[in-house]
Design a binder for this molecule. Sequence first.
Ligand SMILES: [Fe+2]
Length: 222
Amino acid sequence: MTDPAYVYPDYRSTQLRGPKKPLVILPHTLSELTGPVFGEDAVSEGDADLTQGHAGEPLGERIIVSGRLLGPGGKPIRGALIEVWQANAAGRYRHRNDVHPAPLDPNFSGAGRTLTDDDGHYRFVSVKPGAYPWQNHPNAWRPAHIHFSVFGRAFTQRLVTQMYFPGDPLFPADPIFNSIRDPKVRERMVSTFDWETTTPEWALGYRFDIVLGGPAATPLET
Ligand SMILES: [Fe+2]
């Protein structure tokens, strides 16, 4: 199975929020499936660059994250809304629940969005997020990651997952990463370092393709 179990005891909060009874499947109504999702003009080009929009540039290692959004058979999905959110280079989120002693960056909010083009491509510019502590167990640290949300053709079609960076030493100790039991499936959440998009004197490139459904599907997070 691609997706993690709803309750994975090592990931403590799933014990409280994971459903313990079988899910009730509600059929989608026609208006849910055919209603407007969002206007294309609501997303502007600058929204895909998390390093802009502030008085200065954020601290950290500049990165370009790009890839394709594909359907079950490898067909590109165009015009899909991809949203990302992440910690800053010091591992701190701009969120009231994140109060661990790492600095906020006045030049980094940590959220971006874009639409896929006709080939299903997307591209974000950002800084590499830092690892952060999360109190799940003694000395618990999350590997560096970027949260991704992908909407399909309707608001009821949504995938939320996390993208990791290759070779992170924190992988073996992270219960969220390991809640996906099949190591091959887990690897689908790890981006690859990409010389093609690495830009001289400017940024490192990472590639992350997202597949919705089918045997090569990108797993959901728990
Ligand atoms: Fe996170």
